[in-house]
Ligand binder design. Structure first.
Ligand SMILES: NC(=O)c1ccc[n+]([C@@H]2O[C@H](COP(=O)([O-])OP(=O)(O)OC[C@H]3O[C@@H](n4cnc5c(N)ncnc54)[C@H](O)[C@@H]3O)[C@@H](O)[C@H]2O)c1
Length: 341
């Protein structure tokens, strides 16, 4: 199997490359990535010389480039996206362009390069398309049939992309699967996201900015559990289906903060309560019983405190990685290697 992966230089994508090459030694991966601010080829520096891996610097909105790569691949796993809610609140345009238009371009390229529509597209989406759940009804979770009610510009752009993929199945009979996962954690996450941001702030002696009163709840999924689920959907999922992927691991942001403080031997005084995020969704919780029942997948690496402590330790042990990311030094590295985006 030769997989065309989009967005493979980001957090989940780079973990997915490493996971696939480890778990499926016979597979090959082509990584198409535009290297935006969160795409970092250093995430895959150890894989660069592996013959089963190839990096292509390009944009998913370039239909000729995408179609050319689809011709040589057997399937597409689509992860490239603008991914940070706060950035979408500041400026939604790049989200519309990469997430909505970019996904439609991938679909158009698949139709062009693969007229018999035999090649599968796995579209990696998010639980944020469902909107928010109440805090006082812990038994209620998102199922694949929960109505789509996105609340942030990021979530709206991901919902648009989901619906274009759904339409490609219903209109053209394209072989597609959609995955909707909860918040991922693990190594190589860009340090604007809460876990690496808090850990790296604490290492540098700074405070951690906690939104509002910290009661918002997220269902934390280890990135390798997520990669395993995406691979299962690619290999065994049914065309036209949506699969929720969750960690069975709901925590409030305050609980998360306390766990990080504890792992870092820091006290409460390190918390700085800041003005809440606009439109901040209260609670996300995934019912992942469909993927467990139909594909035999369940999370095995997401349980806390072990999985969180190992992630915190990764950032503590790899200061050169996040210091280069924070300083922007990695951009110099890839500009030297690949030229300006
Ligand atoms: N991180 C999470 O917790 C989470 C949760 C649910 C869903 N997701 C989804 O998973 C996917 C990956 O998320 P992530 O956290 O790894 O994000 P990330 O920001 O770390 O990586 C995104 C990657 O996409 C690339 N990219 C962006 N626009 C592109 C374009 N136009 N053409 C080519 N490449 C482009 C970037 O360079 C980067 O390498 C996204 O689709 C995101 O919506 C993430």
């Amino acid at each position: 199997m030769k997989i065309l992966l989009t967005g493979g230089s980001g957090f989940i994508g780079s973990n997915f490359v490493r996971f696939v090459l480890r778990e499926r030694p016979g597979y090959q991966v082509i990584n198409l990535d535009a290297l935006t601010y969160s795409g970092n080829p250093e995430n895959l520096a150890d894989i660069e010389s592996d013959e089963r891996y190839r990096f292509v610097h390009g944009d998913i909105r370039d239909i000729d480039r995408v179609a050319e790569l689809i011709e040589e691949a057997d399937a597409v796993v689509h992860m490239a996206a603008e991914s940070h809610v706060d950035r979408s609140i500041m400026d939604a345009r790049p989200f519309v362009e990469s997430n909505a238009l970019g996904t439609q371009t991938v679909i158009d390229a698949l139709r062009r390069a693969n007229p018999k529509l035999t090649k599968r597209l796995v579209h990696v989406s998010t639980d944020e398309v469902y909107g928010t759940l109440p805090l006082d009804k812990p038994e209620v979770k998102f199922t694949e049939d929960t109505p789509l009610q996105p609340n942030s510009p990021y979530a709206a752009s991901k919902t648009a992309s989901d619906l274009f993929v759904r339409a490609a199945f219903h209109t053209f009979g394209m072989d597609v699967c959609i995955t909707r996962c909860s918040n991922n954690f693990g190594p190589y996450q860009f340090p604007e996201k809460v876990i690496p941001l808090f850990v790296t702030n604490l290492i540098e002696g700074k405070k951690v900015p906690l939104y509002g009163d910290g009661r918002n709840v997220r269902d934390w999924l280890h990135v390798e559990d997520h990669c395993e689920a995406v691979l299962a959907v690619l290999e065994k999922g049914s065309a036209g289906e949506v699969y929720n992927i969750g960690g069975n691991n709901e925590r409030s942001n305050l609980e998360l903060t306390h766990s990080i403080l504890q792992a870092m031997n820091c006290g409460e005084e390190k918390i700085e309560y800041v003005k809440d995020r606009l439109g901040h969704d209260l609670r996300y919780a995934i019912d992942a019983s469909k993927i467990e029942r139909e594909l035999g997948w369940r999370p095995t690496r997401s349980a806390w405190p072990g999985a969180l402590e190992a992630t915190v330790k990764w950032y503590v042990d790899n200061p050169q990685w996040w210091q280069r990311v924070r300083s922007g030094a990695y951009r110099t590295y890839y500009e030297k290697q690949y030229g300006n985006a």
